[in-house]
Design a protein around this ligand. Structure first.
Ligand code: ATP
Length: 415
């Protein structure tokens, strides 16, 4: 059983709107075997079914007025938990209690009938969410204008693009006066302008004291929007509390998985008889840490970041350089340099040795960063690259977001 880290973010007086107690959810998966296996099994009543626990003993209480993000890698159980909270699926064991009016935006198109027009679906959907015909009528213009789908409102929704679907579904959901809004990743299919509009609406919901639970893979959204984050890993809650901490822990889990996957890929290459090292030279390893701190400790703004790259060359090379590039979690390069740029005079590389870069006064924005290391010849040809050779974390900073750390202030404009 994985240990659960819990940090309390809410005042004890706020009433609970959702109480999930010891919930587990089992799915039965039918395994598609080969035709031969299926024929052999046929008639003997043997079924190729496997049990799968999408949620394992999940206990979560959510207080009214909070915005909670559910995060975790693909298949960790986020959508299942959201559906259990919304009452769309029943847990296999445990209980769920909820209060107030719920509006849920779960799967794309759920709640819409494909053969009905947008207009008809608005009335149908709103009535499912608890609005009378008169209430829907009085809000219809607002719903239509929020959705921005214009004349398409009288087209059957089966002809809608996925973005149009989400626009209308979100517009209906937020105009039904919900106490609890459940939002799955669907918002990501809307264009940027609509996503901004949705985020603004979510913010006004927050100001009105409504409760929001959202599933997202956008980790900057987690720290920007939510006041609590729940991290799921293989159906279990492994962190429940402050969003910055949840994101850091999640990135560590992702990094662990990446390393395992890279090792498995390398093993396949070796089994195939492919020698991954084509050249005589190679990057052996790299490490990054803040000087004066322990390796693995977050790199604080203003620290001197030390990056050591170990390289080797079997036959010896006279003109060579070592390059480092730092990427964010989206793979965007944020920093790069080489020993040549720095003007470092290097003696020939023969056998193994370590090059140490120190980035003085480093100021990275909150998040995880990966260091790619390369061994290059004097012509700039890459002899060996080690992508994501090591990583480091910059700590959560409540006053700002982004890849750069700077202390913000709001001052009086100069006259
Ligand atoms: N109806 C179902 N029948 C069988 N298995 C299911 C069903 N719904 C979900 N699962 C399985 O349960 C696990 C958790 O799925 P879930 O959709 O909750 O994950 P998730 O964290 O939301 O993933 P993603 O980030 O990919 O959306 C997955 O392995 C999925 O295959």
């Amino acid at each position: 059983m994985t240990s659960i880290e819990t940090t309390s973010t809410e005042s004890t007086e706020t009433p609970e709107i959702v109480r999930v107690t010891n919930v587990s959810k089992r799915f039965v998966i039918r395994k598609d075997n080969s035709l031969k296996e299926r024929l052999v099994a046929f008639g003997r009543g043997r079924q190729h079914r496997e049990e799968f626990w999408a949620l394992k003993d999940v206990t979560v209480d959510i207080q009214a007025g909070h915005t909670v993000a559910l995060i975790g890698h693909n298949g960790s159980g986020k959508s299942t938990l959201l559906k259990v909270i919304g009452g769309i699926i029943e847990p296999s064991s445990g209980s769920v209690a909820r209060r107030g009016r719920i509006a849920a935006l779960l799967e794309l198109g759920a709640g819409f009938h494909p053969d009905l027009t947008g207009r008809e679906n608005v009335y149908l959907n709103a009535s499912i969410l608890g609005l009378s015909r008169e209430e829907t009528e009085s809000r219809f213009d607002e719903i239509l204008s929020f959705s921005g789908i214009g004349d398409f409102i009288d087209t059957q929704v089966k002809f809608y693009s996925s973005g149009m679907y989400v626009r209308l579904a979100f517009a209906v959901a937020v105009h039904t006066d919900p106490d609890l809004l459940l939002v799955d990743e669907v918002l990501a299919v809307g264009d940027e302008a609509f996503q901004r509009k949705c985020l603004d609406k979510i913010r006004s919901f927050q100001e009105e004291g409504r409760t929001i639970i959202l599933v997202t893979h956008n980790l900057s959204q987690v720290t920007e929007l939510a006041d609590r984050a729940i991290l799921l890993n293989r159906g279990e809650v492994v962190y429940d509390g402050e969003p910055g901490g949840a994101v850091t822990q999640f990135r560590n889990i992702l990094e662990g998985r990446r390393v395992k996957e890279a090792e498995a890929e390398a093993a396949v290459q070796v089994a195939k008889g492919v020698d991954p090292v084509v050249e005589h030279g190679r990057v052996v390893s790299a490490a990054a840490w803040a000087e004066g701190r322990e390796p693995g400790e977050p790199v604080q703004p203003g620290d001197d970041l030390r990056i050591e790259v170990t390289l080797e060359h079997d036959t010896g090379i006279t003109d060579w350089m070592c390059a480092i590039q730092i990427d964010n979690t989206l793979g965007q390069p944020v920093y790069g340099t080489t020993t040549t740029r720095v003007g470092s005079a290097l003696t020939p590389l023969k056998e193994r040795r370590t090059v140490a870069f120190v980035l003085r006064d480093a100021r990275f924005g909150a998040g995880k960063y990966f260091v790619n290391a390369s061994l290059m010849d004097s012509a700039g040809r890459h002899l060996s690259d080690m992508p994501q050779a090591c990583s480091f974390d910059a700590p959560y900073y409540p006053l700002a977001v982004g890849m750069v750390h700077a202390v913000p202030e709001v001052v009086e404009p100069s006259a």
